[in-house]
Write a protein that binds this ligand. Structure first.
Ligand SMILES: [Zn+2]
Length: 406
């Protein structure tokens, strides 16, 4: 079957197809028997539905698993076909952007970088760099992508796909990103939904979708995905969906207040979590303690200084971990996500820093029979945001498939 037809069929397929695809994204590769159990469909109905999805080039059988010790037949798990339409994605940061092609099964197929001058006030140059990077990516696939997903390092109106504000890159403020991408690149996308699918969201929420679809959040209905480094951000998944609030109003957890009358924050408030747990705080404290490389200190070098028993380094690790845990305590008390996945610079602090953050989190919350929340290092390295930008499009596509057949 033609590749374009496969793209279109994602939109034409109904609720039953969407349920099968959702179950695979939730649980990973599954046999037909497992899929029948999970979706509640009869074996014969399920076999027919799976065949339709295979004919459309969306599903494929993987290598067979060995038979069970009890002597069951070897099963061939089903997973998203490498021939399924991919997703074009971008991660837009102050001065730098990364574009990539992600397969519907979560493989990074290609990536390119572009730069622009942050703070120049030249919004057109930033837009041109983004369009150039995405055109480069679109030229690398013969199959029209399902859509474009963009993660932005700032606040976004997720209803309209408009950037509200990006600290350090004000030229992006107010940019109607989704509208621009639809107008300039829409013709190159699959039209399964009868419209060009362009999704724009803030970076920590896209990152959470990366965990949800392709990382440790798979199959979990609740967890929090944290970005930690020069800024702090969180994407929260509740009831299996990323939590946005109306038009994406929530999520600026770095600017939740942890210290009344605390230090001034670049956001204009005082005592934000970021002012006691971000890089600015870390470097100011390292300078005061006369640690080597204080002005550019990050988690990796700090934990190495502590391991080498450089005076005051271990003490700073401990205080940083305690300050980082403060925001997690608040998130736990309000949402109880159960799992906090660490991304960004703090993940470079490895097990030492993760363990101390978890220790301080547990010490600051009451015990409960349900057990304490876990803190984990990401398994997706730096790719979570790009994969999550694909997750934005895949989520929207599945929602539309379910909706159109209801
Ligand atoms: Zn702030």
């Amino acid at each position: 079957m033609g590749k374009t037809k496969a793209a279109a069929s994602m939109g034409e397929a109904g609720w039953s197809h969407a349920r099968i695809l959702q179950a695979l994204y939730d649980l990973g590769p599954l046999s037909r028997a497992d899929l029948a159990r999970v979706t509640g469909a009869s074996r014969s109905t399920l076999t027919a539905l799976v065949q339709q999805l295979m004919d459309q080039g969306l599903l494929a059988e993987q290598e067979s698993r060995p038979s069970s010790p009890s002597g069951g037949k070897p099963s061939r798990p089903l997973w998203i076909s490498p021939q399924a339409p991919p997703v074009a994605v971008a991660h837009l940061l102050p001065g730098r952007l990364e574009c990539a092609l992600v397969s519907a099964g979560g493989q990074l197929l290609a990536r390119v970088q572009r730069e622009f001058t942050p703070g120049s006030g030249d919004g057109e140059a930033a837009t041109a760099a983004l369009l150039d990077g995405l055109r480069d990516i679109l030229a690398r696939t013969a199959t029209p992508p399902l859509g474009i997903g963009v993660a932005v390092g700032g606040m976004v109106d997720t209803d309209t796909g408009t950037v509200i504000s990006v600290a350090l890159a004000p030229e992006l403020d107010g940019l109607p990103l989704a509208a621009i991408l639809r107008a300039e690149l829409g013709a190159g996308l699959g039209t399964g939904l009868g419209t060009e699918l362009v999704c724009v969201d803030m970076h920590p929420r896209a990152q959470a979708l990366g965990d949800r679809w392709f990382g440790q959040g798979r199959g979990r209905s609740r967890f929090a995905s944290l970005y930690t480094g020069e800024a702090l951000g969180v994407g929260l998944v509740l009831n299996g969906e990323v939590h946005r609030g109306p038009a994406g109003t929530g999520g600026e957890i770095g600017h939740s207040i942890v210290q009344l009358d605390g230090r001034a924050c670049h956001c204009g408030q005082r005592g934000c979590w970021e002012t006691v747990a971000g890089h600015d705080w870390l470097r100011a404290e390292a300078t005061r303690l006369r640690l080597p490389g204080a002005a550019t200190l990050t988690a990796g070098p700090l934990t190495r200084l502590a391991a080498a028993e450089v005076p005051h380094a271990a003490e700073l690790v401990e205080r940083w971990a305690a300050n980082l845990s403060a925001g997690l305590v608040n998130l736990h008390q309000i949402f109880a996500p159960g799992l906090f996945i660490l991304h960004g610079d703090v993940a470079a602090g490895g097990e030492q820093l993760r363990g101390r953050i978890e220790h301080h989190l547990h010490a600051r919350i009451p015990s409960h029979p349900a057990g304490p929340p876990q803190v984990a290092l990401t398994a997706l390295d730096d790719d979570a945001t790009l994969l999550g930008a694909a997750g934005l499009v895949l989520s929207e596509q599945l929602r539309a498939m379910k909706g159109t057949a209801r």
